[in-house]
Design a protein around this ligand. Structure first.
Ligand SMILES: NC(=O)c1ccc[n+]([C@@H]2O[C@H](COP(=O)([O-])OP(=O)(O)OC[C@H]3O[C@@H](n4cnc5c(N)ncnc54)[C@H](OP(=O)(O)O)[C@@H]3O)[C@@H](O)[C@H]2O)c1
Length: 243
């Protein structure tokens, strides 16, 4: 594959955890990966680490909560590459420390500003570049905790996992995914939400947590779906996830 024919992917929040692993796996599959990182130095550290393993990637500084940084990043990607084929909206936070009735509203706002508005902000900013791709793909990294069916099912393994503002934000992200998919269908851009499943990362060290290599699988798979692949869906590594 020549450098110009490579797919170009931006992964937000690729400085750590599932996003970093998603970036690695996409690069291993021959995609030109832009490592989205809110810290330039941390992102460069990831790019250097990948380079030691023979993977050529590049850092794009981007804080999904900061309008200016997002639009500067989009301008930078336009100058460097002129288009974007894949956007993985992975950056996310979980700030819950108790019940929603007592949650500091600032924490809830920051959760939504990152997980929901941040995703929309980045999507809007990069849309002109995605429209220049012949097969644009957007993956919104959601969570099993987003499922309204699981939230209301006492038998669900998620029923007692109480991160209410986080879960609410990911449910909103899922709804947004459905609408974005409908709006972007005519432009040939497929938009799906994925659940990595419980994955061992810096803040998640629970029994049964999966390695990042597994947690990143759905993001990678739906970033690379064919033109006859689904859009507007919610998937985990086994297939469709209940809404
Ligand atoms: N781990 C799980 O069990 C699990 C399960 C379901 C869904 N998820 C979802 O998977 C995604 C990745 O989570 P993770 O577990 O890998 O978390 P993580 O290890 O905490 O990594 C989160 C990444 O997002 C970045 N980030 C946070 N706020 C940002 C902002 N405002 N702008 C840009 N980047 C920002 C972080 O950057 P810094 O390095 O600068 O902090 C980091 O790179 C999230 O959307 C999360 O909700 C995780």
């Amino acid at each position: 594959m020549t450098e110009n024919s490579k797919l170009i992917a931006l992964v937000t929040g690729a400085s750590d955890g599932i996003g970093k692993e998603t970036a690695r796996q996409l690069a291993e599959k021959g995609v030109r990966v832009l490592v989205g990182s809110r810290g330039q130095e941390k992102g460069q550290g990831v790019v250097d680490e990948f380079a030691e393993a023979g993977l050529e990637t590049e850092v794009v500084q981007l804080d999904v909560t900061a309008e200016e940084s997002v639009y500067l990043a989009a301008g930078e990607v336009e100058r460097r590459h002129g288009r974007l084929d894949i956007l993985v909206n992975n950056a996310g936070v979980a700030l819950d420390r108790g019940p929603l009735t007592e949650a500091p509203i600032e924490d809830v706002m920051m959760t939504f500003n990152t997980n929901v508005f941040g995703t929309l902000r980045v999507t809007q900013a990069f849309l002109p570049l995605l429209k220049k791709s012949s097969h644009g793909r957007i993956v919104n990294v959601s969570s099993g905790l987003a499922s309204l069916l699981d939230m209301t099912d006492e038998a669900s393994k998620y029923y007692d996992v109480l991160l209410p503002s986080y879960a609410s934000s990911k449910a909103a992200l899922n709804a947004m995914t459905v609408h974005l998919a409908r709006e972007l269908g005519p432009a040939g851009i497929k938009v799906n939400a994925v659940d990595p499943d419980l994955t061992k990362t810096r803040y998640v060290d629970l029994p049964g947590a999966l390695p990042v290599e597994v947690g990143a699988e759905p993001s990678v798979r739906y970033a690379l779906i064919d033109d006859d692949g689904p859009t507007g869906g919610f998937f985990d590594r086994f297939g469709p996830h209940k809404w």
